[in-house]
Write a protein that binds this ligand. Structure first.
Ligand code: ATP
Ligand code: MG
Length: 338
């Protein structure tokens, strides 16, 4: 390996980002090599041969989540932090954002519509019936948005115009944990790529258009002040959540940016929806970030975020640094995440 640092990539059914990213890292001449991870069962003793893993698929494939959690324990930097990703949901994110002074829609989290077969009435004795009138009133009436607390691709997202539509959508939500949100009637809308702890690309976004046309290139229509606030709020959110690869949506109402969806830790990076300019920006900045992490330039930030606050991290001996993986921060070491 001659001291070469290796980056592993986990991907879903995407065809343009993976190879472009791998090529960009490999062509950078920084002594870092990127490749697709290929695994089929992992033991406790397996050596994870990566300094960094870019994970775009463990939310759909539980084995991959188990693998990247072991990787973190072995000292690998995983983008994004699988421990936090596993704990995250859109209700908690709104709770956190509000406490951080970021505007979010009024939100109600609701009990599930249905449960697994052996959850019976007796199992649900803590639950009272949903008071729909009060919930709708809290979010400012109709239209109101019902959407999964964990989800993507607009699946099960409903903008309900009346109580019947809301109840129908809830009836169809099955086992999903759902949130009811105030509909932010926006005068402008932005979606931002937020990579690492400093890179933000703000794009105008038009939700009313088809999937491949929503990113509107060019002028965002945002004043300098609003642009600056959005960039700052994006970084605050990503830093608080510890994500290095995320997109954050903003609906602007009366000049105030409301954070709409910032749980996108495996965002769409396909050239067909990003188009050439944004795609190249994403590939360049992703490559630059992982090279920084793999070569140590940014190591402390990610490592502190990922494991510095884990009690178990302080209890395990610094693991061997297998191949290219690095030792974790030690207890009492770096305590601030940049
Ligand atoms: N509170 C809200 N106010 C106004 N519009 C909303 C609100 N919540 C969601 N939307 C609209 O619904 C769309 C999908 O919602 P959301 O982004 O939460 O779902 P998602 O499944 O995570 O989507 P994606 O795959 O684009 O990340 C948003 O792009 C926005 O246009
Ligand atoms: Mg989303």
């Amino acid at each position: 390996m001659s001291g070469e640092r290796t980056v592993g990539l986990l991907v879903g059914r995407e065809n343009t980002f993976p190879q472009a990213f791998i090529d960009r890292v490999n062509d950078a001449g920084k002594g870092v090599r990127a490749e697709m991870v290929r695994i089929g069962g992992t033991t406790l003793d397996d050596v994870i041969p990566y300094a960094v893993i870019v994970d775009r698929m463990s939310h759909e494939v539980p084995y991959l989540r188990a693998y990247v959690k072991k990787a973190v324990a072995d000292g690998v930097i995983v983008i994004n932090n699988p421990f936090w990703w596993s704990a995250d949901d859109k209700f908690f994110e709104n709770v956190l954002a509000q406490k951080l002074g970021i505007a979010v829609p009024k939100t109600v989290v609701l009990p599930n519509r249905t449960y697994e077969a052996d959850i019976i009435d007796e199992s649900l004795r803590n639950l009272a019936p949903i008071d729909w009138e009060t919930a709708v009133e809290h979010v400012g009436g109709f239209p109101a948005v019902l959407k999964p607390a964990i989800g993507g691709g607009w699946k099960n997202v409903t903008i309900a115009r009346d109580m019947q539509a809301l109840q129908d959508a809830y009836e169809a939500s099955g086992h999903l944990l759902m949130i009811l949100e105030e509909f932010i009637k926006y005068e402008n809308y932005a979606r931002c790529f937020v990579l690492g702890r400093q890179d933000v690309l703000v794009s105008k976004y038009e939700p009313s258009l088809g999937h491949f046309d929503r990113y509107v290139q060019g002028d965002t229509g945002l004043s300098a002040n609003l642009h600056e606030r959005i960039v700052r709020d994006c970084l605050t959110l990503n830093h608080a959540l510890g994500y290095d690869m995320n997109t954050v949506e903003w609906a602007i109402r009366d000049g105030i940016p409301y954070a709409i969806d910032f749980l996108n830790p495996a965002p769409d990076f396909d050239v067909s929806s990003l188009r050439e300019t944004y795609f190249n920006w994403v590939v360049d900045h992703m490559a630059e970030m992982v090279i920084g992490y793999a070569t140590g330039a940014q190591e402390a930030i990610a490592q502190t975020d990922q494991i510095g606050n884990m009690r178990w991290q302080q209890m395990i001996a610094a693991p061997h640094a297998p191949g290219t993986a690095r030792a974790p921060v030690t207890a009492g070491g770096t305590t601030h995440g940049g």
